[in-house]
Design a protein around this ligand. Structure first.
Ligand SMILES: [Zn+2]
Ligand SMILES: [Zn+2]
Length: 439
């Protein structure tokens, strides 16, 4: 059958993970078997909603595949519906397939380089809506959104009034960000000593909430209806549903990271904001990464408690800290991988020592990291350990950006001298449907 990428014209067969002509990732409909674009929400053959495919538990990882890109990006690419998305240091939005053999094609050209300094957000549409995902990008005077389905669809999300600026990154190690929340995005606006949190729903007018404190140094970061940010000595939060703000002073000597920490303190993945917000039906927590003296700590704020409780907990020095696919912190503590959730810290025992200064990822029950004293990635699966082969020779603490979770595998991003390398591994193949299930 024909490749679902209309500009391709190639032929694909059922079971292919990608088109062999244009490298587009593919999703086959479980009902009518038609090939669809990986980003499609409904099948083009029978209009069935395409939900995530199931992959066999026991399947191992296939050989690695490397895409080398002659461009640099401050933040690790984001994997979204089969593609890797990133904004380059030159301010270009790019998309590349894990199966590509050539340079990625630019998706959208931003008007200024400075858009590449603040990690972009992905807004995927409000609850109950058909997903209409946008990559949201900011600099000091504009917030732009580019559709991830059609690059001709762009919109100016927000521009501040004359004399005001938006708090975005001007250096590569600042930690300002765009928050994604249930129905839109949020960011900070400034004029002299005054500052506001701008809450910007995608389908309604934005509004501003004044912030009475010293300058915001981290965030904002959001989840559901909760938006958090930090000044040097306080955590602030804002509930969009109730329009109620709150704040709490950090205890003792704790200070959030205001710039990328030294490697001996912590290995914070490039582009990661040292603040995460976790929300479940019962609980809400914020986690802030920082230091007390020269040591790495995290502050855990239990926002569901009355009054709000905050505790500072030390972490192993030099730990690599990354985000999982949901945006939660994942800390490599060598003997275990710690995941910071809405219910508290969740520990995953590795069964074998990992090199704590390198990233680790949780993928379908596996823990993948680098073995201690080794430069090869290993998969920890219950009592078994497998080595992941591949093009990882020049990957160390200096060059590694982090792991990316993919729907059907994992990928590792490495950056070296203005070049990026994306190494990916596929996990088995999609579960074959039996005739009966197909009927
Ligand atoms: Zn194709
Ligand atoms: Zn179908």
């Amino acid at each position: 059958m024909k490749c679902p990428n209309l500009s391709c014209g190639g032929t694909v067969v059922r079971g292919n993970q990608h088109c062999h002509s244009c490298a587009s990732p593919l999703v086959f409909c479980a009902v009518c078997s038609v090939a669809n674009r990986s980003e499609a929400h409904f099948c083009r053959g029978c209009s069935t909603e395409l939900s995530a495919q199931t992959f066999e538990e026991s399947k191992d990882y296939g050989p690695s595949r490397t895409v080398t890109i002659g461009l640099s990006s401050l933040a690790r690419p984001r994997s979204w519906r089969g593609w890797f998305w990133f904004v380059t240091s030159d301010g270009d939005v790019m998309r590349v397939s894990p199966y590509a053999r050539t340079e990625p094609q630019p998706w959208f050209k931003l008007p200024e380089k400075s858009f590449g300094l603040t990690p972009p957000a992905i807004y995927s549409g409000g609850p109950g809506q058909v997903p209409d995902p946008y990559l949201v990008i900011m600099n000091t005077h504009q917030v732009l959104a580019v559709s991830l389905l059609n690059s001709d669809r762009t919109r100016i999300v927000y521009s501040p009034a004359a004399g005001r600026t938006l708090l975005s990154n001007t250096k590569k190690d600042n930690h300002h960000a765009i928050a994604e929340w249930a129905r839109g995005v949020a960011f900070i606006e400034k004029q002299g000593d005054q500052q506001w949190l701008v809450i910007c729903p995608f389908d309604r007018e934005p509004w501003l909430e004044p912030i009475q404190d010293s300058s915001v140094v981290v965030g904002p970061v959001g989840r559901e209806n909760l938006i958090c940010f930090c000044t040097i000595d306080r955590l602030h939060w804002y509930d969009v549903a109730t329009r109620r703000p709150g704040s709490l002073r950090f205890s003792g000597e704790f200070k959030p990271f205001t710039e990328r920490p030294a490697a001996g303190v912590a290995n914070l993945a490039p582009g990661v904001t040292p603040l995460a917000v976790e929300v479940s039906t019962q609980e809400r927590r914020a986690y802030i990464l920082g230091q007390a003296g020269e040591r790495i700590y995290y502050a855990e704020a239990d926002l569901g408690a009355q009054p709000v409780r905050m505790t500072a907990v030390p972490l192993p020095p030099g730990s690599f800290i990354d985000l999982n696919e949901r945006g939660s912190f994942v800390v490599n503590a060598s003997n275990e991988v710690r995941e910071f959730t809405a219910l508290g810290e969740k520990r995953h025992v590795t069964g074998r020592k990992l090199r704590g200064s390198m990233p680790a990822v949780l993928s379908n029950g596996d823990i993948i990291g680098f073995g201690e004293g080794s430069s090869s990635p290993i998969v920890c699966r219950r009592e078994r350990f497998l080595t992941l082969g591949g093009d990882v020779q020049d990957c160390d603490e200096e060059s590694v950006m982090g792991w990316m979770f993919r729907e059907n595998g994992v990928a590792l991003a490495v950056t070296n001298r203005q070049k990026m390398k994306l190494i990916s591994w596929d996990r088995g193949g999609p579960v074959e449907m039996t005739e009966r299930e197909n009927a």
